[in-house]
Design a protein around this ligand. Structure first.
Ligand SMILES: [Ca+2]
Length: 164
């Protein structure tokens, strides 16, 4: 009896936190070394089973998992940049089942394939090779959509692309 009451309370708290993070959006983005971080768990999550998963080693202690169904399950970030231009987006993830891929869709138009090489386990976090995208000044959407195999998303870091 006591156990059942306790579980329900924990679940309610989790939902409240998830809701706060969702409406908070970029408020939770941390800035470090010219990079702006957006947590996946603060993004817009789409998918029947797609959900926030606690993970102690993840940035802010959480990630988005169960992004399983190709072209359907996704997490979408709303990112803000001060000026239009090229930016590098680095995806922090884990892929315990093997090499995975996701589609990055920028502002609902531009598509990129993000390669997410296998990590040692679902507990091991890695950073994918950066993807260079063009962003407009102000708000932009960046969606990560299931493509092949499975990857969980922790966060993305955005920095201006340096001239080469
Ligand atoms: Ca995170």
């Amino acid at each position: 009896m006591l156990k059942s009451v306790k579980s329900r309370r924990i679940m309610t708290t989790t939902l409240a936190v998830a809701f706060a993070l969702t409406i908070g959006g970029s408020v939770f983005a941390a800035e470090a070394a010219g990079k702006v971080r957006y947590e996946a768990e603060a993004g817009k999550i789409k998918g029947t089973d797609t959900k926030i998963v606690a993970h102690a080693a993840a940035s802010a202690g959480k990630k988005v998992g169960w992004i399983n169904i190709p072209d359907k399950d996704s997490v979408t970030f709303t990112v803000n940049v001060p000026t239009a231009g090229d930016y590098i987006i680095e995806v922090t993830y884990d892929a315990g089942a093997g090499d995975a891929k996701q589609t990055m869709l920028v502002n609902g138009k531009e598509k990129f394939t993000v390669r997410l090489p296998r990590t040692g386990s679902w507990e091991e976090i890695d950073v994918a090779e950066g993807v260079k995208v063009h962003l407009k000044a102000g708000a932009n959407t960046v969606a990560l959509i299931a493509a092949s195999s499975f990857a969980e998303i922790d966060c993305i870091d955005i920095s201006p692309a340096t001239a080469e």
